[in-house]
Structures are given as structure tokens and as C-alpha cells.
Design a protein around this ligand. Sequence first.
Ligand code: NG1
Ligand code: ZN
Length: 563
Amino acid sequence: MLPRNSHVRSQNSSRALQVEMDFEAVAKYSKLHAKPPGLTLQYGTAGFRTKAEDLDHTMFCMGLLAVLRSKKKKSTIGVMVTASHNPEEDNGVKLIDPLGEMLAPIWEEHATHLANAEEHELQGVLTDICQKEAVDLQQEAFIVIGRDTRSSSKKLSQSVIDGVSALGGQYQDYGLVTTPQLHYMVCCRNTHGSYGTATVEGYYQKLSKAFVELTMQATSQRDGHICLKVDCANGIGALKLKEMERYLPSCFVIHFSNDGTKGELNHQCGADFVKVHQKPPVGLEMKPGERCCSFDGDADRIVYYYNDPAGHFHLLDGDKIATLISTFLKELLVKAGQTLSFAVIQTAYANGSSTRYLEETMKVPVHCAKTGVKHLHHKAQEFDIGVYFEANGHGTVLFSKAAEQKIRYQAKEEKNNQKREAAKMLENTIDLINQTIGDAVSDMLVIEAILVLKNLTVQQWDSMYTDLPSRQLKVKVADRRVIDTTDAERRAVTPPGLQERIDELTQRFKLARAFVRPSGTEDIVRVYAEADTQENADKLAHEVSLAVYHIAGGVGEQPKAVV
Ligand code: NG1
Ligand code: ZN
């Protein structure tokens, strides 16, 4: 129950806030970043995302909000301007919390309120957030800002800066950086350098040092060099990987495709295109057996692939990456004699074969979280070592503080040579992985190191298990919120009859599984199906799409069969 004088108190504190917050500056700047009439956006799985031309006001608001969040947490907060794998004409923005994690859920709500407030409501919403969160306005605020290579990003990041300045926040603009690099900067700053140095050079040095030390421990270095083709989605990954190249050993040869010099961002290339279409990107020539990978537009996702001698395309997605990394870590833990809790976190999109392999062959506990990195990250934090990957190639490994300490201590003090070596390798892996968020560059280095250390070809890695054929489709409906899900999004509870229909359809196919969920980043419903053959997975996905269309208020043309 509220204290009897709470009303009076809140009036007083509101007055005090008005004295301390420079609403005049906010009003002045906000006129320069007017809200498009009628635009309402929601802070979703990856922040705000829509057409770049509509985002100026939202960016300004996120600058304001970042200052309040920074004051609240007494820490540096990050603001990243990117729309990841979306087309060039889109853009987006997300806030990064103190240890490089995604923004706390209650602040996602504040973000939505603030971005949707009309000009005359702005002051009230800001005051309301400060009161609800007991923000100390005397506290200093520091914001770090980064952006991807989209043509709209520079101007939009300036709008963020205007928001930060309007509330008197200090900032550093890192300019063009990958999303995971900005997460890294936030974490470095808030751990006073113990995570690393908060510069791009610091990032390159930390990762390359760990990579060199880890691969030095390889006994059989294939033919001495690492050769990899990288599709950079015509995005920021190309710039940053090129910068990083000179920090890597010369035996690491990278062939760049879609490096932004010719093609359009994410157009027929990049991790999302390769994963969804299950085919190679344009502009990348593949000889049989050549190891290739694709980043997405902001370089936080990665998938691998190759062509076999018969010319068939093989995709090694986030599930295969999680399996490779888990195998490696588990073997090292056994060698080091460390008994640490270990788990793999997936989403409903994980291929059924990967889950079966992890649980039955590797005897690793697997958990299913809702789509969106924050859910996986959160679950992974429950274990000493939590490996999390979305099938689309977004993922990383988290080590608890206690696990990290034990490993670092053993790497130094262990008398038994074999155990000490294993602990050292674990220590280097900790330093090589970007624990703040999935990172294409860091994940790529981890994977390349493991392949060298285990002396594995991409085909051998691929043969750990065979994926069940799958298909992902999108269906447009009038209001995607009519679909509500449960059981980590694997079952639909509304609209009535939809889940029953999906169950009925799934039963008609062998080894089949299907589910639907509203996307958190696009105005569509996603359909996923897997089955014993590609033909059956395609058929099932199509049937389920029709069920969504008919039962959940489909709009436009009826979904067509997959060809
Ligand atoms: P939505 O649009 O909610 O499905 C997509 C990805 C997520 C995640 C976010 C953020 C799939 C099926 N979904 O979310 O995994 O990466 O984008 O970028 O790949
Ligand atoms: Zn991305």
C-alpha cells in the first residue's frame, strides 16, 4: 500500500525534477526531431526497427533514454544504430546495458512509451520514468554510440547524440563498429578495463592474442595455414575484419566476398540469406570442400557452409557451431579434471537432430529458450558454462565468474602438465569468446581454432550429425498478436483451433515438428517445419502456413507451395 502522503511527495519530486532536468533543452532539440504523425513503434527483440526515414525521432528519444539509464545504473550505456540483416532502407536502434547485455525488460517498456509520446507528452513521460526508476538526476551520464554502414546510420546516430546532449549526457561516438564491438566497449568501460581495453585496437589485440596462444597449442597444424572465404554481407564486418587481419598470424588467409565495395547490404548475401534460403550467397565462388562463412549486416551472426564433390550445398548453422564448441569445451573440462556445470541453450528453431545429438550422444543438458538473444543469455547465466546459439548463427559462450577464476587459477598453478595445458586452452577460449553477445568475428576465430586444434575438416565437422530437412516461411496476418504461444514458443495457445490443426498436420509426416510464432522484429508470423525429407518439410511448412492464414486472419494472397 502507498504511504498516505505519497501523492504530495510525488508532486514535490515532480517539481524537483523539473528544476533538475533541462526541459527547455529537451523541447528545443525535440522540435528538430519531430515525431512522424501517427507512428507507433515497439521496442522489440532487437530494439526499434523500421524504415530509416521514420526513425529520426525515435533515435533522439533513445539518446534521452540512454542518459536516464546511465544515471540509474551509474554506468556507461551503449546505443547501437543498426538494422542487422534487414535491407538497406531499414534501420534500427538498441540500448546496451552495463555489462554488454541487452536492455532490462522494464526499460524496454519505458523505451516504447518514450518513443511513442507526442511532443507535448515528452516531459511527462521523462518525469514518469525518473520517478518510477528513482533516477538520480545529479548523477553523471556517459553514453557510447556506434553505427553500421547503412547510408542512413550517420545522420541517425547524430540524432541519438542530440538526445544525449539535450539531457546533458557525456558521450563517445565510436563511429563505424560492429554491434558486438560496441557491446565489448560498454563492458570494458564498466569493468574498468578488466574485460579489455575499450578501443577497437584493444578488441583486436585481445582476440588475436587469445587466438594465437590457443592455436599455438595445436600439435598437428594441417598444412600450416588456415584458408577461409568470408561473405561479409556488404556490411560493417568487412571493414572490421580487414582492420583485424593485420593482427592475425600471416598463415590465416581470408578471402573476402561481398565486402561492400560493389553490392548492396544484405542483398542476396549474408548469414540470414544463406540460412533462410539454404544456398550460398551471390558473389562467392566455392570449390568442393572449401570452407566458407557468412556474417550478417552488423556482424553478430555467423554461419558456415561448403559444397561437397557432388556439388551439394551443406550448411553448418548455429546448431552445428554450438555442437562443435560444446564438444571442444567438454573434452577440455574432462582433461583438466574440472567439474563445472555445463549446458547448451537453444530455441525452438534448433534442428531436432542437433538436440538429439547433444542430449543422447554428448550427454549434455539442453534447454529451450524463447527466440531472442536476451532469453538465451539469461538462461545460460544459470550454469558455470552456458553455450547458447540460435540456429541462425547468433550465439556465444558464458563462463560464470567462479568458473573463470577456477580455470585461470588452474592454468597458472596446476602441477600436472596435461591438466595445466587443458586449463590454459580453456583460459584462452574464455579470452577469445565475446561473452557480452554473439559476435561473428570472435565466433569465427573460436571455430577456426577448434578446427585446427582438433585437426578437423569442415566435412568432418559437418558429419557429427545429419540435420533433418527444414523449412521456414512467413505469413502476413492482420494482427500477429492474435497468436500467443507457450512452451518456449513451441505451441500456440491462441487463436483457438490453430495448435490442434498444426498437431494434426504434423502427425501426417515422419520425424516431423512444426510451430508458429509472431515475429518480434517484423510484422509477420513465422512458420517452421522439419521432417524426414525436404519435400515433406516443405509440404508441412506450406500446410501450416495455410492454417495460419485461415485461422489467424491472413491478409493478401494465400501462401503458395514451396517450389
Ligand atoms: P524474430 O523476427 O522475432 O523471429 C529474428 C530472429 C531471432 C533474432 C532476432 C533479432 C529467427 C527465426 N528469428 O527474430 O532469432 O536473431 O531476429 O535479430 O531467426
Ligand atoms: Zn545482426
